[in-house]
Design a protein around this ligand. Structure first.
Ligand code: FES
Ligand code: FES
Length: 217
C-alpha cells in the first residue's frame, strides 16, 4: 500500500536530485567563467618592452632603455634629469619645451625620444654656463626678458634657433624681403617667436633681447 507520506518523500527526493543535477551541469560553465578571470587578476601586468638607444645631449651620450612611446621631453626631464626644459602644455601649444636638434628648434613634447638617436640635442643647460653665458642668455638677463622664468628656457632656445633661421635665409610668414639685413624687425621677430607663449607677458623685453643678441651675432 502506498501512503501519501511515501509519495511526498519521493517527490522531495526527485526535486533535490534534480536541483543537484542542474547545479552540477552549471559548474563547468561557472568554472570556465571565473577561472580565467581570477588568473588574469592575479597575474602581474606585463611591462611594456623597452627600446634601448643612445641620445647625445649637450655633447654627452646617454644610454637609455625606455618605452618607445616616451617623448623627448620626458626622456630629458625624467631619465636624464635635465629639468631646464619645461613642460607647459605637453601638446605643442606653448613652446616651453623647445630644444635644439641639430641646430633647429623643435617642441620636444611632440617628438619621440627614440627618433633622435644620432642627433645632436642641445638644451638650455648646454647653451652656456653660469660663468660663461651664451650671448642670448646674457641678453635676456640684460633686458629682463622674463618674470617667473618658466617659459624662459624655451624662449632662449627658440631665439637661438630663430637667429640661425634668419642667417640661413629661411623666410617667415611676414618676411617681405630676405635681402634686408639684419632681418630683425619687431614684426619679424614676433612672428618667428609666436610659438613661444609667455604667461607673464614679457614679450617686448624678449624682442629687445633677441634684437641685441642678433645684432652681435
Ligand atoms: Fe611642448 Fe607646450 S610643453 S609645446
Ligand atoms: Fe613667466 Fe614667461 S616669464 S611665463
Amino acid at each position: 500500500m502506498i501512503f501519501q507520506d511515501d509519495i511526498d518523500e519521493k517527490r522531495r527526493g526527485l526535486m533535490i536530485g534534480g536541483a543537484v543535477s542542474a547545479t552540477a551541469a552549471m559548474l563547468p560553465a561557472v568554472a570556465q567563467t571565473v577561472g580565467p578571470q581570477a588568473t588574469q587578476a592575479d597575474a602581474p601586468e606585463a611591462a611594456p618592452a623597452g627600446a634601448a638607444f643612445t641620445l647625445k645631449v649637450n655633447g654627452k651620450e646617454h644610454q637609455l632603455t625606455l618605452d618607445a612611446r616616451t617623448t623627448l621631453l620626458d626622456a630629458l626631464r625624467e631619465s636624464m634629469h635635465l629639468t631646464g626644459t619645461k613642460k607647459g602644455c605637453d601638446q605643442g601649444q606653448c613652446g616651453a619645451c623647445t630644444v635644439l636638434v641639430n641646430g633647429r628648434r623643435i617642441n620636444s613634447c611632440l617628438s619621440l625620444a627614440v627618433m633622435h638617436e644620432g642627433d645632436a640635442i642641445t638644451t638650455i643647460e648646454g647653451l652656456g654656463t653660469p660663468g660663461s653665458l651664451h650671448p642670448m642668455q646674457a641678453a635676456f638677463i640684460k633686458h629682463d626678458g622674463y618674470q617667473c622664468g618658466y617659459c624662459t628656457p624655451g624662449q632662449i632656445c627658440s631665439s637661438v634657433g630663430v637667429l640661425d633661421e634668419i642667417r640661413r635665409g629661411v623666410p617667415s610668414h611676414v618676411t617681405g624681403d630676405l635681402n634686408v639685413k639684419p632681418l630683425l624687425s619687431a614684426t619679424e621677430l614676433r612672428e618667428r617667436m609666436s610659438g613661444n607663449i609667455c604667461r607673464c607677458g614679457a614679450y617686448s623685453n624678449i624682442i629687445d633681447a633677441i634684437t641685441e643678441a642678433g645684432g652681435q651675432a
